[in-house]
Design a binder for this molecule. Structure first.
Ligand code: BGC
Length: 364
């Protein structure tokens, strides 16, 4: 049996012993607590914003935050989490580099009674994960596939059949195999692409259609560029590729660099993405990358900070809205899921600028 993980303030115990608080009686706010936040890398803009936003929000609630970035190194992240436990953290928020590599520090946390919230990426293979905050990851994949189909003309934006008969040549990329999200994105995308592949309206000339064959370790753009180079030189000597399913903007830019080096442009195949990173939004505006998926990480950070606050008070976070889909190999982790938004040249201004996520200047 693992030790109890919730730090229940004394007042809550008293309330439990004496029944509900009398009208007008205040439930005590948690004392200022140290919260350990670990993020995978500073090389991607989204994780920088996620970390800063969570920190700011928790600090505004009076907590102290130790924010660490592991630069995509598993051993570094293990040390960082262990260090936060030793420093007396009362709660851990973890966006993992490798979702299955933290079972040891998670056990340490459980033994010290420290609750854990998996942030964006599910922590796998451990019972010692209390909650999960993320986006509708399967839907992200569906949106990526739908924008690929729309860009090719096989589908209209309203979902009706598009004007183009096909067939089109496409290639598939997935994220890092050690990130639980990658399979969600890929499976979501394939659920929308498979009927077209079965009807031969879409053809994957490389023959690489299985998840394991198309993953990109650590979501690295350079790794994706090399794989695209290889595919172009082996499968596309005499024909053109028309579209590429890309799961993340950093990978999309790697794919576009390969396409440019191999003679494509000024018109490019339809390349998808994710995260609405500045360079990719600029690329969309310039007519190179076709689309991205916007996930308002400000909202995810705020929701996670509120969840953290509830957990520090010994309560179940009221935000939870999915109790079924995130099985981590040991348990189903109760999750809070936010909605992603598909973005292309037609709606980037409304979605990204008018919402205040970016200014026009940032996208110039
Ligand atoms: C996140 C994506 C991100 C990717 C690469 C995934 O776990 O959900 O938003 O694009 O990691 O950093």
């Amino acid at each position: 049996m693992r030790s109890p993980k919730f730090v229940v303030p004394v007042i809550a115990l008293l309330v439990a012993a004496c029944g509900a608080p009398a009208a007008g009686q205040q439930v005590k706010q948690p004392e200022s607590a140290l919260v350990g936040v670990t993020m995978p890398t500073t090389t991607s803009q989204r994780w920088l914003s996620d970390g800063e936003n969570i920190k700011r929000d928790l600090e505004s609630r009076g907590h102290k935050v130790d924010l660490q970035y592991a630069e995509n190194d598993v051993a570094t992240q293990i040390k960082q989490v262990q260090g936060q436990i030793s420093a007396g953290a009362k709660l851990l928020i973890i966006a993992s580099v490798d979702g299955s590599a933290l079972t040891q520090p998670l056990l340490m946390a459980a033994e010290a009674g420290i609750p854990v919230i998996a942030y964006d990426r599910l922590l796998r293979g451990s019972p010692n994960v209390d909650f999960y905050a993320t986006f509708e990851n399967f839907r992200v994949g569906i949106y990526q596939a739908e924008s690929l189909l729309t860009g090719l003309g096989l589908r209209n934006p309203d979902g009706s059949p598009g004007p183009a008969p096909g067939p089109f040549n496409i290639e598939l990329f997935a994220g890092s195999a050690d990130d639980n999200n990658s399979a969600f994105f890929f499976n979501g995308a394939m659920s929308a692409l498979k009927p077209y592949i079965d009807e031969k309206k879409l053809v994957v000339r490389s023959g690489q259609t299985e998840f394991q064959a198309v993953t990109t370790l650590r979501w690295d753009g350079e790794t994706a560029r090399k794989r695209m180079d290889e595919i172009l030189t082996t499968a596309y000597r005499r024909i053109k590729v028309n579209g590429v399913l890309s799961p993340y903007d950093g990978i999309s830019l790697g794919i576009l660099a390969s396409l440019k080096a191999n003679g494509y442009g000024p018109a490019y195949p339809v390349v998808t993405g994710q995260d609405a990173e500045v360079d990719s939004v600029k690329s969309i505006i310039a007519g190179e990358q076709y689309s991205t998926i916007y996930k308002d990480t400000r909202e995810l950070a705020t929701a996670t900070a509120s969840m953290a606050e509830a957990v520090l008070k010994g309560r179940t976070p009221p935000q939870l809205n999915n109790l079924n889909d995130y099985e981590n190999g040991v348990k189903i982790v109760p999750a809070f899921l936010l909605n992603p938004v598909s973005v292309d040249k037609s709606n980037y201004h409304k979605v990204l600028v008018e919402s205040g996520y970016y200014t026009d200047e940032q996208l110039r």
